[in-house]
Design a protein around this ligand. Structure first.
Ligand code: NDP
Length: 249
């Protein structure tokens, strides 16, 4: 694979695992995220392991719309064509009932999961259309509290709309909808409370970031005629986003 793969939120969890999965396949990687030291450490490791592949890093906060525009233009200038865009950057903040919700948490989720994802896509998609080639993979979810669910529903319907808008091209659009994945996600959700975060994964065998990275890779390895529109991946002891059986671990 000599594809250029752009991943948002490459600094941890599913994004980082996706970087490693594509690296193994021979892809060139464009790593983005806010934690620059993590991007640089990952780049160093990848370059040592895969010296024949290219790795670029770009500091990017997807909630900063001016930065998204500047960085995406810089990426296109440095890299040329982006073949695969993995819109992975995202987060949940808080888990209280909506009537008690922190406004900052609500707005940050909307800015990151919806506006950020759409703005990155808006910057990269025209070059894909011009090349009549590209695959956009958007990270959705199976469930969550009111605001998080709403942002991920937006991701799903946005992907469905993009598929319509690019129907006359060879571009593919996929929504990946993971169930419960053991990453830093819950620590972020609970504002750094590690004990509270650990309880989320107690008593069940949660999905691992690698499982979702494998799914992302899989959807990109299909023949030209095959477009996987959605893929939902649950933990074995999970029936819906919130229906989880604990105790068989
Ligand atoms: P992590 O917290 O491990 O990773 C989140 C990533 O998003 C980090 O790399 C972080 O990078 C990046 N990110 C967050 N905010 C911003 C921002 N403003 N600008 C740029 N990057 C940002 O969690 P996961 O790996 O679990 O989450 C990845 C995706 O998967 C998210 O979209 C999440 O909603 C989704 N998901 C996760 C599930 C789970 O159970 N874990 C289930 C379903 C979906 P940095 O902080 O360096 O900017």
């Amino acid at each position: 694979m000599s594809k250029n793969v752009l991943i948002t939120g490459a600094t941890s969890g599913i994004g980082e695992a996706t970087v490693r999965a594509f690296a193994k396949e021979g892809a060139n990687l464009i790593l983005t995220g806010r934690r620059v030291e993590r991007l640089e450490a990952l780049k160093e490791e990848l370059q040592a392991t895969y010296p024949n592949q290219k790795v670029w890093t770009f500091a990017l906060d997807v909630t900063d719309m001016a930065m998204v525009k500047d960085v995406c233009q810089a990426i296109l200038k440095s890299v040329g064509q982006v073949h695969v865009l993995v819109n992975n950057a995202g987060l949940a903040l808080g888990l209280t009932a909506y009537q008690d919700y922190e406004e900052w948490d609500m707005l940050t989720m909307l800015d990151t999961n919806v506006k950020g994802l759409m703005m990155v896509t808006r910057q990269i998609l025209p070059s894909m259309v011009a090349a009549n080639d590209g695959h956009i993979i958007n990270m959705g979810s199976t469930a969550g509290a009111a605001v998080y669910s709403a942002t991920k529903a937006a991701v799903k319907t946005f992907s469905d709309g993009l598929r319509i808008d690019t129907i006359a091209t060879d571009i593919k659009v996929t929504t990946i909808q993971p169930g419960i994945v053991e990453t830093d996600f819950s620590q972020v959700r609970f504002h750094g409370d590690k004990d509270k975060a650990a309880k989320v994964y107690q008593g069940l065998e949660a999905l691992q970031a690698q499982d979702i990275a494998d799914a992302v890779l899989y959807v990109t390895k299909q023949p030209r005629r095959v477009q996987i529109s959605d893929m939902t991946i649950m933990a074995n002891q999970q029936a819906t986003g919130f229906t989880i059986h604990r105790g068989n671990k």
